[in-house]
Design a protein around this ligand. Structure first.
Ligand SMILES: *Cc1c(COP(=O)(O)O)cnc(C)c1O
Length: 358
């Protein structure tokens, strides 16, 4: 028997969550964001559930190739554009839509004219200060691009730094930065990620770019996804491979971080940080054993964690343990570990076998 750990990917949940995104999009086009191997879920696994999206967005040329290999014919948005002139042949061959976020890319296009028609998005910086042209760079950039053979600017876009921040004025400042130069632009725009789509109904645009919500985790720490009717797409499951009874004063795990203050049973779950479970998860992080809450006790190790079985008297070797999924929201584990659901999904380890469920 293989080690009992398993990640189940629920394609029906992804399909459902895309439907929720569509409702919030109210007629706008939907780019389904599948970067980072579909946030750890596997591009090939989730793509069939996204067939009604208007396009997919990612940032790795290899991933774009994989999407085309799956028979995807609709647009593919390259969120970081191309990195070198040598990428351009593949970008046009695969009919990708690169995002131009820096004048260096416009320079590359000017030097290496595309051999086939190329639609591009032009990205504006609205305060994230990572990628995107500054307001004063836009007009000359558009002028240059509009003079290039085979190049068509399909839309202007931005990516917000604070779309989950509901304090008055925070997002408005970024919106103003985006809207001011729009006097020079009558075409399409693309603004909203998951948090802007779900939380900021004042954000317009012609297309939206939901990512995390498709996988059923929250874009806004502290706000559970049930509020939007989203369903978890990833369920990380394992089993108890040992159960033991501890006497008062016994410790558990490396360094003896946790000490039994009363006699109790602990279970050993076959899942550790080498599977993608966060090593920094503290005592008390919820695990569901046979559907009951069994809090983590002791240091997470490479291949195992230990849980307090006080509330699961029927637990025994072979009992099921859910690390995250339907019973334990991934966002709860993330919050305990001081991170976000995004990181946990993306960190699912290669060694964990994956099973599709519909
Ligand atoms: C990752 C990304 C998104 C999706 O963000 P979520 O928070 O996962 O919805 C949208 N737009 C851009 C430019 C991105 O890089």
């Amino acid at each position: 028997m293989p080690r009992p750990i398993l990640a189940q990917i629920d394609r029906a949940a992804v399909r459902h969550n895309l439907g929720v995104a569509r409702q919030y999009a109210r007629g706008r086009k939907v780019w389904a964001v599948i970067k980072a191997n579909a946030y750890g879920h596997g591009i090939e696994r989730v793509l069939p559930a996204l067939d009604t999206a208007d396009g997919v967005a990612l940032l790795d040329l290899n991933e774009a190739q994989r999407v085309r290999d799956q028979g995807w014919r609709k647009p593919i948005l390259l969120l970081e554009g191309f990195f070198a002139p040598s990428d351009l042949a593949l970008v046009t061959a695969l009919q990708l839509t690169p995002v131009l976020h820096h004048v260096a890319q416009i320079e590359m296009l000017a030097q290496h004219s595309p051999q086939a028609p190329l639609e591009v998005y032009v990205k504006l910086n609205t305060g994230m200060n990572r990628l995107g042209l500054d307001t004063n760079e836009l007009a000359p950039a558009l002028q240059r691009l509009q003079g290039m053979k085979n190049v068509k600017v399909a839309a202007l876009m931005t990516h917000f730094a604070n779309a989950e921040d509901l304090r008055p004025g925070v997002l408005d400042a970024a919106l103003l930065r985006f809207n001011t130069p729009l006097a020079q632009w009558a075409g399409d725009t693309s603004l909203a990620n998951s948090s802007a789509l779900l939380l900021q109904s004042q954000v317009g645009g012609h297309s939206v770019r939901p990512g995390i919500m498709l996988y059923g985790a929250t874009p806004a720490a502290g706000t559970p996804v049930t509020q939007w009717g989203l369903r978890p797409a990833m369920h990380l499951r394992s089993e108890l491979i040992a159960v033991r009874t501890l006497a008062v004063g016994e410790h558990v795990g490396y360094g003896g971080r946790w000490t039994a203050s009363r006699p109790l049973r602990v279970g050993v779950v076959a899942c550790g940080y080498a599977d993608g479970y966060p090593r920094v998860a503290p005592d008390g992080t919820p695990v569901a054993v046979e559907g009951q809450l069994a809090p983590l006790v002791g240091q997470v190790s490479m291949d195992m964690i230990t849980v307090d079985l006080t509330d699961v008297p029927q637990a025994q070797v072979g009992s099921t343990a859910e690390l995250w999924g339907a019973q334990v929201p991934i966002d709860v584990v993330a919050e305990r570990a001081g991170t976000v659901g995004y990181e946990l999904m993306c960190a699912l380890a290669q060694r964990v076998p994956v099973q599709m469920v519909e």
